[in-house]
Design a protein around this ligand. Sequence first.
Ligand SMILES: *Cc1c(COP(=O)(O)O)cnc(C)c1O
Length: 386
Amino acid sequence: MKQARRLDNAPPYLFVEIEENIKRALAKGIDVINLGIGDPDLPTPGFIVDKMIEAVQNPQYHCYPEYDGSIEFRMAVTRFYKRRFNVDLDPETEVVALLGSKEGIAHMFFALVNDCDFTLVPDPQYPVYNLATALTGGVPYPMPLLERNQYLPDFSRIPKEVLRRSKIIFLNYPNNPTGTVASLDFYQDAVDFAIKNDIVICNDNAYSEFTYDGVVAPSILQAENAKEIAVEFHTLSKSYNMTGWRIGYAVGNQEAISKLKKMKNNIDSGVFTAVQTAGIVALDSGDQFIQGMRAVYQKRRESAMQCLEKLGWDFSVPKGAFYLWIKVPNGYTSKNFTSMLLEKAGVVVAPGNGYGEHGEGYIRVSLTIDEKRLEEAFQRIEALKI
Ligand SMILES: *Cc1c(COP(=O)(O)O)cnc(C)c1O
């Protein structure tokens, strides 16, 4: 069957490939430990599930939802942003509910990018920024995230000609996959740069609640004048173990939010209102639950870092998100090291090159697995005596 040219531009989604390798290993009877996927392993907390059970019985919620999200959900988002970041938002014009943030991120590219426009995206990156660019017919311009720059992009290296043709800048802090947390000073520079060049800037803040060693992640909207140009994407997926529920939101610059709404109104019909109702209790009453999850990840992170130190491997101490970004030993590439770990130890990790050219030479290990299995994975790796 023939397919649209835009689909030819999109390489297979990284995790689809990983899933296939896992299936093959499982078929061979290998006890696979999966450290490759960033999907929280623990269940959604009971108080959210209970609200959903109640809400799903309300016939009012069985009809089409409101396109932009219910006003009650959008108001819960504004309460969360005020409490957490001290940012004021207008629920009518500066908030939109999303079917998970991945959907909103992809549609933001569709709302802003034309054929042959540039998008300024991090490298390594959460692969959706490149894929969405490819589907719009635009061209991703990678901003390298280098260890020597604390995995922050250097805007001064982007050529003027590229800037002139760029429609969107995408950031993601706390960062997947490197674990870097951006400071408010960095966001201020980023916002000033975006205003000066008149390019919409988006921050994907999926991991705002998962930071360690006393670090607190700011919002890009805390920067001065941010609302002139900035949008932030957020999701309930990671904070409340709700990846399967599909609920997130975008907040910030009115004009950009309104373009995103226009795009979405023509493609989807909003988030199931019962899910939004459960989302409201998550946003209003979830702080304590998040605190507990943060402690869980902090503990796993410490245990994994101890194992890595024992192995003598080179890695950056992550201040946020729930991943370890690890250099592969000398003589390996991301891909052959990943294959070797699966074949010889039954351990799945994500190859760094799947996150971009500058991810080559790294692997990403997720902390979304219980501590015992995590330790067992490292014991198996140790036994390989690499
Ligand atoms: C998990 C993740 C998301 C997507 O989450 P949704 O479930 O679609 O809300 C977005 N950005 C990053 C960086 C992620 O890791």
